[in-house]
Design a protein around this ligand. Structure first.
Ligand code: AMP
Length: 222
C-alpha cells in the first residue's frame, strides 16, 4: 500500500464480509499488525487455556463471547505494543460496550483510531461465502470451494496442510451469527459515523478489488 494514512484501523462488517482476508493483505503490504479476536479465541481454545474454555460454548452457538473477556484480551495485546503501534482490528469491537472500551484504551495511550472501514456485502453472498469457506489447519490460508478452490481438494496449495471448515461456518450457526451481527454489531456503524471515522466500502467482487477500494479511501481518493 502507499503511504500509510493513519495507524489504527477497524474493519467492521458482517461475518463473511472479507475482514480477515483484507486484514491479512493489509498486514502483508503495510507491516501493520492484524489483530483478530476470533483468531485469538480459536488459539485459546486450541491451547486449552481458561479463556478458551470459557469462550468455546459461546462460539459454538454463534453467540458473542462476554465483553469483559474480549476487552481483557485486547488490553493485554495493547500492553505488549510499542508507543505508536499500528493495528488492523478484525472482528473487534463487536458491541457498543467494546467500542467504548477501545476508545478509552486508545485515549489513555494517546493513540487515536484513524478509520473504520464498514464493509458491506449482500446477505445471500455472505451465506455462500461462509458455507464454502475452508481454512488451512497449518498455515491459516483461506480458500473457497467454489470461488477460490485449492488445486487438490482438501489440501492447502501453500503448505499442503489439511483444509478444514470452521465449526461455526455450518448453516444453522451462520444464521445465528448473522442475527447477532444485526442486533449487537450493526449499531457500531452509527457510533463511528457520529465520530467522523466511518468509511463505507463495497465488499463485493474479488479481494483485490475490495483492497483497491480500501486503499482509495485510506489515501483520500474517493
Ligand atoms: P470471527 O472469527 O471474527 O468470525 O469470530 C468467531 C467467533 O468468535 C464469533 O462468532 C464470536 O463467538 C467470537 N468473537 C470474536 N470476536 C468477538 C468479539 N469482539 N466479541 C465477542 N465475541 C467475539
Amino acid at each position: 500500500m502507499e503511504a500509510q494514512v493513519g495507524n489504527r484501523i477497524v474493519l467492521l462488517g458482517p461475518p463473511g464480509a472479507g475482514k480477515g482476508t483484507q486484514a491479512k493483505l493489509m498486514q502483508e503490504q503495510t507491516g501493520m499488525s492484524h489483530i483478530s479476536t476470533g483468531d485469538l479465541l480459536r488459539a485459546a481454545i486450541a491451547s486449552g487455556s481458561p479463556i478458551g474454555q470459557e469462550a468455546h460454548a459461546f462460539m459454538e452457538r454463534g453467540e458473542l463471547v462476554p465483553d469483559a473477556l474480549v476487552i481483557n484480551m485486547i488490553e493485554d495485546r495493547l500492553a505488549r505494543a510499542g508507543d505508536d503501534p499500528s493495528f488492523i482490528f478484525d472482528g473487534f469491537p463487536r458491541t457498543v460496550a467494546q467500542a467504548d472500551a477501545l476508545e478509552h484504551m486508545l485515549a489513555a495511550r494517546q493513540i487515536p483510531l484513524d478509520h473504520v472501514m464498514n464493509i458491506a456485502v449482500p446477505r445471500d453472498d455472505v451465506v455462500r461465502r461462509l458455507s464454502g469457506r475452508r481454512t488451512c489447519a497449518r498455515c491459516g490460508t483461506m480458500f473457497h470451494v467454489d470461488f477460490d478452490p485449492s488445486r487438490r481438494p482438501g489440501v492447502c496449495d501453500r503448505c499442503e496442510g489439511e483444509l478444514t471448515q470452521r465449526d461455526d461456518d455450518r448453516e444453522e450457526t451462520i444464521r445465528a451469527r448473522l442475527e447477532v451481527y444485526d442486533k449487537a454489531t450493526k449499531p457500531l456503524a452509527a457510533f463511528y459515523r457520529s465520530r467522523g471515522l466511518l468509511r463505507d466500502i463495497d465488499g463485493t467482487g474479488t479481494a483485490a478489488q475490495v483492497l483497491e477500494r480500501m486503499r482509495a479511501q485510506l489515501n483520500g481518493r474517493h
